[in-house]
Every structure is written in structure tokens, then in C-alpha cells.
Design a protein around this ligand. Sequence first.
Ligand SMILES: NC(=O)C1=CN([C@@H]2O[C@H](COP(=O)(O)OP(=O)(O)OC[C@H]3O[C@@H](n4cnc5c(N)ncnc54)[C@H](OP(=O)(O)O)[C@@H]3O)[C@@H](O)[C@H]2O)C=CC1
Ligand SMILES: CC[C@](O)(C(C)=O)C(=O)O
Ligand SMILES: [Mg+2]
Ligand SMILES: [Mg+2]
Length: 335
Amino acid sequence: MAQMFYEHHADLSLFSEKTVAVIGYGSQGHAQAQNLRDSGVHVIVGLRKGKSWEKAEADGFQVFEVDEAVKRADVVQLLLPDELQAKVYKEQVEPHLKPGSALFFSHGFNIHFGQIVPPEDVDVILVAPKSPGHLVRRVYCEGFGVPALIAVHQDATGNAHALALAYCKGIGSTKAGVIQTTFKEETETDLFGEQAVLCGGVSQLIKSGFETLVEAGYQPEVAYFECLHELKLIVDLMYENGLSGMRYSISDTAEYGDYVSGKRVVAESSREAMKQLLKEIQDGTFARRWIEENQTGRKQFTAMREAEKEHEIERVGAKLREMMVWVSQKEPIQQ
Ligand SMILES: NC(=O)C1=CN([C@@H]2O[C@H](COP(=O)(O)OP(=O)(O)OC[C@H]3O[C@@H](n4cnc5c(N)ncnc54)[C@H](OP(=O)(O)O)[C@@H]3O)[C@@H](O)[C@H]2O)C=CC1
Ligand SMILES: CC[C@](O)(C(C)=O)C(=O)O
Ligand SMILES: [Mg+2]
Ligand SMILES: [Mg+2]
């Protein structure tokens, strides 16, 4: 059984005399900085001049260049893109880290794959929300929190575990549940989950379903509602009551089709592919490929990103969502 932590396990007063520098103000950065501040923590933001800088200032934060923010902080949360963290850390973070301070991450990639090696006199802590950053903020504003994983890579002060829990309380995660893990487990499961299920697997499933219907002559709008829009409603039922709860709400016809056809689509070959992905994550092959892709100008990544934006499902969906004001008028997630 996983070791779980909730509100009563965490003491937010550990942060009462501390300044937290959130480095980066993107998806996770803006959410964690604002949640912590709303929980009473003193937060500053570290950035380079640009779009995020303006946004953080507009949100009322004191913003500094990264090195200056680190100098002023007792706790540094590194929320830059994984692929940029090692360089920025080496040049602007490490030289200014105070002995006895704490270095936080929200994903274990750079520590686990040896891209960042912090000095021995700082705590090295993982607080990994199991949620996209924008939902970390939205759910907190609704009075709740998203689950998170915590791990301690280095406990220089003897206080690292308590600090991790306090930080979780500050961003709202102890309301949902916090699980003790390791940097290795978080890194490998997070990469696997996003590739095989949450992002890669689901996007591919949606597109394959949409394309199959459209190629067979059905209206793209019908295919969009069937394969993308309704997915959220079905997942909401799973989120609230598990797979059985979802099956309670759907028709028996759908439930029978679920049992007999689901495994024909996500078949043994998909499980074999999942095992292969996991192996490549565990042995570092994926990390090496991603690091190399970034070192060589992200050509493949950029080309795939542009091609995906042009998919018919994106055009059809944008038009249909315009009419759903409760969707299109939600606070925009684009930054
Ligand atoms: N996205 C998510 O929901 C999740 C992310 N994580 C982890 O959180 C971390 C942050 O990811 P994410 O929030 O997606 O990152 P984003 O890409 O959304 O944001 C990155 C931020 O870093 C800033 N930045 C980029 N380069 C520099 C630089 N050289 N100097 C200073 N600031 C810079 C950007 O500012 P600018 O506007 O100037 O480019 C931006 O504010 C990663 O470790 C990721 O794995 C973990 C769980 C979920
Ligand atoms: C699922 C993608 C994620 O791991 C996340 C939102 O948790 C990420 O890296 O963005
Ligand atoms: Mg994740
Ligand atoms: Mg991830």
C-alpha cells in the first residue's frame, strides 16, 4: 500500500520565514506560484525578460532574473522546461544556491538522468503534481487540490520530507492526497503515462477513431462529438466513480461493446508496444533521444507539432467549440 499524506500531516508554518523562488512562470510555474501565495507563502518569480515576465508582473509578483531570484530565496522550485533546466541550472542557479536551502523539482527527469547534480549541502526535493498546471490552479481556486507525488533525493537539513509536505499543502495537494515515491519511480511512470496513455495513447486513439469514421463517409462534426468531445464526459464518470461507475451510466449495449471490442482495438500488440516504451524509458534511450533532439534544433519536434495542428479534427473542433460558450469562454489556457 502506498504511503499517503493528507492535510493533517503537513505543517505550512515551515514556510513562514522563507522566501520561495519559483523559476519559470509557465503551466506549472504560474499555478504553483499563485497557489502558494494564496496559501500565505512569500513567493518571488525568476525569469528571463519576455512574455512570462510580463504575465507574472501583471499577476502581482516581484520578478527577477533567475540568478537574482535564487540569491533571494531559501527555497527554489525549478519550473523551466525539462530540456532547458540543466543549462540554466549550471549557469544561473547553482552558483547562488545557499547552503541549507532547498531545490525543488516537479519532475525527476534531470536528477534521475544525471543532467543536474546539486551540491551536497542543499535539500533536493520532488513535488510532482499529477495534473496539468492550469488545472493545478483551477482546482485550487475551486477550493480543492490535485494529487501529487513527493520524493527526497538529498536530505541535507534533515527536514526535506517535512518541507515537501508543507509545499504540497501550499499548492493544495494534501487535500487530494500525496504519495511518497522516489525520483526514479516518478520519472519513469510519468514518462510512461504521458506517452502510452494520457497524451500519446489517447490522442492516437481519438485521431484513429475520427479518421476511421470520416474515411467511411460520416460527417466530421459527428465524428468529433463521438470521438473527442464525449470522451471528457465519459472520463468524468471514470474520474468520479471508476470504470464501473462509468459502466453504470452507459447503456448495456455500450457496456457489451466495451467488453468485446475494446480489447480488439487495444490488443496484445499494444501491450507489447507499451512494454517496449517502458524499457526505453528505463534504460535511458528516450531521455537520450529527447536531449539530442533539443541539441540539434528540435527539427523533428517542430515539424510534428505543426503537422498535428493542421489535422482536420482541430479545425472541426475549433468551430464546434465556438458555439459552446461554457467551453469557449472558459479562462483561456493559452499563455
Ligand atoms: N506542464 C505540466 O502540467 C507539468 C509539468 N511538469 C514539470 O514542470 C516543469 C515545468 O514545465 P512546464 O510548466 O510545462 O513549463 P512551461 O514550458 O509551461 O514553462 C516554462 C517557463 O520557463 C520560462 N523559461 C524558459 N526558458 C527560460 C530561461 N532560459 N530562463 C528563464 N525562464 C525561462 C518560460 O518563460 P518564457 O515565456 O520567457 O519562455 C516559462 O515561463 C517541468 O519539469 C515539467 O516536466 C510536471 C507536471 C505537469
Ligand atoms: C501528462 C503530461 C504531464 O506529465 C502532466 C501534465 O502531468 C506533463 O509532463 O505535462
Ligand atoms: Mg505528469
Ligand atoms: Mg510529464
